[in-house]
Design a protein around this ligand. Structure first.
Ligand code: R1P
Ligand code: URA
Length: 235
C-alpha cells in the first residue's frame, strides 16, 4: 500500500485513466473495462483495474485540485510503477467556439498554482505540457472515431469559483480554451518522474454563456472522451 492508495504491488496497471470524480472512475470501470476489480477504497477515492481490448488498464479517482491530483500521480508513478496517465476530466469553456460536451485535449497547461513556483524558487515559469506521443495518438484516435476534438492550451486553476473572471477573458485572448483544476500538476509530476501524461476534457459548463451539465452527466456521460482515452492509452 502507498499512503493514499490501498493497492498491493502489481494490482495497478502501467496505464491509468485519472478522472477527478471517483464515481466517474467506477462508471468507467463498470462500463468499459472487462473483469474490473476495485483495488482501493481509501478515502473513497476509488481505483479499479480491468482490461480494455485485452490490455490491462486502471482507473483511479484523483480528487479536485492540484494538491489532491499530485498525491495520486506521485504515488501511482513512484509506488506502483505507472508509466502512462490520461486525465479524463470536466472543464469550463472560456471561448465561445466551444460548446457544452465538446472534447478538448490539453497541449499545455497554464496555472495560477504556486506549486511549480515553489519547485523553481519563483525564478522560472515552468511550462507543463502534454506528452507529444500520447497527444498525437489521441488526435489520430479521435479522427478515426469521428470525434471532433479541439487541441489547445488550457488553464489549471486553484479556485473553482474565481474572483477574477476578467483574467479568464484575457487568457481566452491568448488562445486558452478552457479551465479545469489538475492538469498542470499531473503534467509536471509525470515529467519529473519520467512518465507520459495527457489531459482530455469534456466541456461541462460554459463560462461565457452560463450553460452547464448536471452532476449526473459529469459522472456518467462523457463516453466520447473516455473512448478516445482508452484507445489512446493502449496504443
Ligand atoms: O470532473 P473533474 O475531473 O473532477 O474535473 C473538474 O471538475 C472539478 C470541479 O468541479 C475539478 O476537479 C475540475 O478539474
Ligand atoms: O474546474 C472547472 C471544471 C469545470 N468547470 C469549471 O468551470 N471549472
Amino acid at each position: 500500500m502507498s499512503t493514499h492508495i490501498g493497492a498491493q504491488p502489481g494490482e495497478i496497471a502501467e496505464r491509468v485513466l485519472l478522472p477527478g470524480d471517483p464515481l466517474r472512475a467506477k462508471w468507467i470501470a463498470e462500463t468499459y473495462l472487462k473483469d474490473a476489480r476495485c483495488y482501493s477504497t481509501v478515502r473513497n477515492m476509488l481505483g479499479f483495474t480491468g482490461t480494455y481490448d485485452g490490455v490491462e488498464v486502471s482507473v483511479q479517482g484523483s480528487g479536485m485540485g492540484m494538491p489532491s491530483a499530485s498525491i495520486y500521480a506521485h504515488e501511482l508513478i513512484n509506488d506502483y510503477g505507472v508509466k502512462r496517465l490520461i486525465r479524463v476530466g470536466s472543464c469550463g469553456a472560456l471561448v465561445e467556439s466551444l460548446k457544452l460536451r465538446d472534447v478538448v485535449a490539453a497541449i499545455g497547461s497554464s496555472t495560477d498554482s504556486m506549486m511549480n513556483r515553489q519547485r523553481f524558487d519563483g525564478l522560472i515559469d515552468y511550462a507543463p505540457v502534454a506528452d507529444f506521443g500520447l497527444l498525437r495518438t489521441a488526435v489520430d484516435v479521435a479522427g478515426q472515431q469521428g470525434i471532433e476534438m479541439r487541441v489547445g492550451p488550457i488553464l489549471a486553476a486553484d479556485a473553482f469559483y474565481t474572483d477574477r473572471p476578467d483574467l479568464y477573458d484575457r487568457l481566452a485572448d491568448y488562445g486558452v480554451l478552457a479551465v479545469e483544476m489538475e492538469s498542470a500538476a499531473i503534467y509536471t509530476i509525470a515529467a519529473r518522474y519520467n512518465a507520459q501524461a495527457l489531459t482530455l476534457l469534456t466541456v461541462s459548463d460554459h463560462i461565457k454563456t452560463g450553460e452547464r451539465t448536471t452532476a449526473q452527466e459529469r459522472e456518467q456521460t462523457f463516453g466520447q472522451m473516455v473512448e478516445v482515452a482508452l484507445r489512446t492509452i493502449i496504443t
